[in-house]
Ligand binder design. Structure first.
Ligand code: 5GP
Ligand code: ZN
Length: 137
């Protein structure tokens, strides 16, 4: 399914031009217009899934394999020192475009991409509670 109001459906299916690094029948990998670091790319399925929770397992599997292959190619081609795979779901998690995508972000020793979080605190009780809730879901 494609969503006629979705910009990433249009880009993934070639209706809006993009700088494409890779394309196959299911995915397009494009350069992000607001890169966190040089070569920051987005892996987009050609079908519309709003987020990870809508994604079917076959597409999810293929997305990870494609991301792994692209990461290796991009790291070698761009001389990156490291690599982040980032994938946001929901406004609370920083998602701004509601068509599933994976960020492929080459990292360099002195870049300022700043993809990090401040480590918080937890307790054995909280960890046990989280474990119980997830295991019983
Ligand atoms: P999110 O915040 O949803 O995880 O990521 C959305 C990403 O899409 C951002 O990194 C943003 O720079 C990128 N983006 C938004 N609109 C466009 C566009 O029209 N073309 C491209 N290439 N990237 C876009
Ligand atoms: Zn879409």
């Amino acid at each position: 399914m494609k969503d006629s109001n979705c910009i990433f459906c249009k880009i993934a299916n070639g209706k809006i031009p993009s700088t494409t690094l890779y394309e196959d029948e299911d995915f397009r990998v494009i350069l992000d217009l607001g890169p966190a670091a040089r070569g920051h790319a987005l892996l987009l399925p050609k079908e519309h899934f709003a987020d990870l929770f809508e994604l079917d397992e076959k597409t999810a599997s293929k997305a990870m394999v494609t991301a792994k292959r692209m990461a290796a190619r991009m790291k070698a081609a761009l001389g990156a020192d490291g690599f982040n795979l980032v994938q946001n779901n929901g406004e609370a998690a920083g998602q701004t475009v509601f068509h599933f995508h994976m960020h492929l972000i080459p990292r360099y020793k002195d870049d300022h991409a700043g993809i990090s979080w401040k480590p918080g605190n937890t307790t054995p009780e909280e960890m046990a509670e989280v474990k119980r809730l997830v295991e019983n879901q």
